[in-house]
Design a protein around this ligand. Sequence first.
Ligand code: AMP
Ligand code: ZN
Length: 142
Amino acid sequence: MEQGCIFCQIVRGEAPASIVYEDDTVIAFLDAVPITPGHVLVIPRHHAASLAALDPDDGRHVFTVAQRMTAVLRRSGIHCDAVNLLLNDGVEAGQRVFHIHMHVIPRWANDNARMRRDPDELPAARETLEAIAAQIRAAVET
Ligand code: AMP
Ligand code: ZN
């Protein structure tokens, strides 16, 4: 656990998150500033700032859960015809939160998704995120 790391705070239950899946190794929750509705982040519970610092077993499980989430999103009823998996490793690659994470981003034709957001973009309302998370959690269980 790293002091001041927002994702470690989510792991500890000290910061709000709309969680869609969790197990002993990873947590998956909705991105607060989604590229498209249902944009999920999969993170290891153990803090690792970069891919170099990531335990390879944790990395394998992050990928496994991200892969599972692509199927979950497609059957969840939210708009998801295709998916981008994205991992930003390093500032120049666009990493902003230094607790490594895999983005799972629902996509569809002409969705106008912009992979780079403005730094001052506002977070989605928590009720909106919670409604989407409930829909995704239901699909995890099926
Ligand atoms: P990256 O640029 O790959 O480091 O992505 C960081 C992502 O974390 C961005 O898409 C942010 O919108 C998202 N994010 C930052 N803080 C939070 C938070 N407290 N809860 C959910 N998502 C967050
Ligand atoms: Zn952390």
